[in-house]
Design a protein around this ligand. Structure first.
Ligand SMILES: C[S@@+](CC[C@H](N)C(=O)[O-])C[C@H]1O[C@@H](n2cnc3c(N)ncnc32)[C@H](O)[C@@H]1O
Length: 278
């Protein structure tokens, strides 16, 4: 084989890449989110949370991080997709000690149907609950979660807002703190202005010009925080609050800081959390 044929046969970066690894690197920040949850729980309840359920857990990154950060912590992760749970078991769960592992359970089930015990905290992040497009289904989901919370338990949801979430658009971000550089592309490919249905894709681009197109696709309804708070009330939650991302007043750049507020300035795109108490 000539050197040229060997080079031509070499797999591209896209062919060698692992989409779950790239997803964890570019999308998730379990440490930051667990810090936020822990701090908020202590502020609301004047005690430390111990048990957590991670809904739509995927690779169970947050559940693994939760049991690793304190010997008293327990976690349950729920996802209905076997392949992503298997990836999590091989790559995240395998890094835990036997003792940490004894405080973790991963369940393959639908979050609408699953029957777990009760938890101090439940998290449903990365907008996965927006997959429930009908109000009655969202009410059912929140009622079920309420049953899965202890008396002072807290539910944590995330959301994004601003004019840009009601349109098609592409956003690129360079990831340069991984083994190799790559680009993460968030595409809002279709938006239905009557139903708020949004089709989104995640693509990855590599320095050798190879691409992983539509590595992940999501079919969501864009729910506004006011609607979600109404539904939480209907589902019986006693208290709820919004924590909105702060912006640098000088540069208008978003900051990694969230403040409890009911005032949403008219930025084109912002992130937030909704926290609800049983
Ligand atoms: C965007 S990933 C979220 C991964 C991770 N939790 C995060 O914050 O990035 C969505 C996951 O939700 C799972 N999923 C979607 N609908 C579900 C349902 N009704 N019940 C259980 N899992 C579901 C999918 O299999 C997928 O792994």
């Amino acid at each position: 084989m000539t050197a040229a044929t060997a080079a031509a046969k070499q797999a591209t970066m896209a062919e060698q890449a692992d989409i779950h690894e790239l997803y964890q690197e570019s999308v998730q920040n379990a440490e930051f989110e667990l810090d936020f949850m822990q701090k908020t729980f202590k502020q609301w309840n004047k005690r430390k949370p111990k048990s957590m359920r991670e809904d739509f857990c995927g690779t169970a990154l947050a559940a693994c991080e939760w049991v690793a950060r304190d010997a008293l912590n327990t976690a349950v992760g729920v996802d209905f997709e076997k392949s992503v749970l298997d990836w999590g078991r091989e790559n995240n769960v395998s890094r835990l000690t036997a003792e940490q592992l004894s405080r973790l359970e991963l369940i393959q089930d639908d979050v609408l149907e699953v029957n777990t015990g009760k938890f101090d905290m439940v998290q449903a992040f990365n907008f996965s609950y927006w997959g429930f497009k009908r109000r009655e289904v969202m009410v059912r989901y929140f009622r079920g979660l309420r049953e899965a919370l202890v008396d002072d338990g807290l539910l944590f949801l995330d959301f994004f807002g601003g004019s840009e979430c009601y349109q098609t658009q592409k956003e690129k971000r360079k990831i340069d703190d991984f083994r190799y550089n790559f680009k993460y592309i968030w595409e809002q490919a279709e938006f239905n202005a009557l139903t708020n249905d949004l089709t989104c894709h995640i693509h990855f681009h590599f320095p050798d010009k190879s691409k992983l197109k539509k590595a992940f696709t999501y079919e969501w309804r864009v729910w506004g925080p006011a609607e979600i708070r109404d539904i939480l009330e209907e589902a019986g939650y006693s208290k709820h609050a919004i924590y909105r991302q702060k912006f640098d007043p000088k540069t208008d750049e978003p900051l990694d800081e969230y403040i409890m507020t009911d005032k949403g300035e008219d930025y084109a795109c912002w992130l937030g959390y909704i926290v609800a108490q049983k």
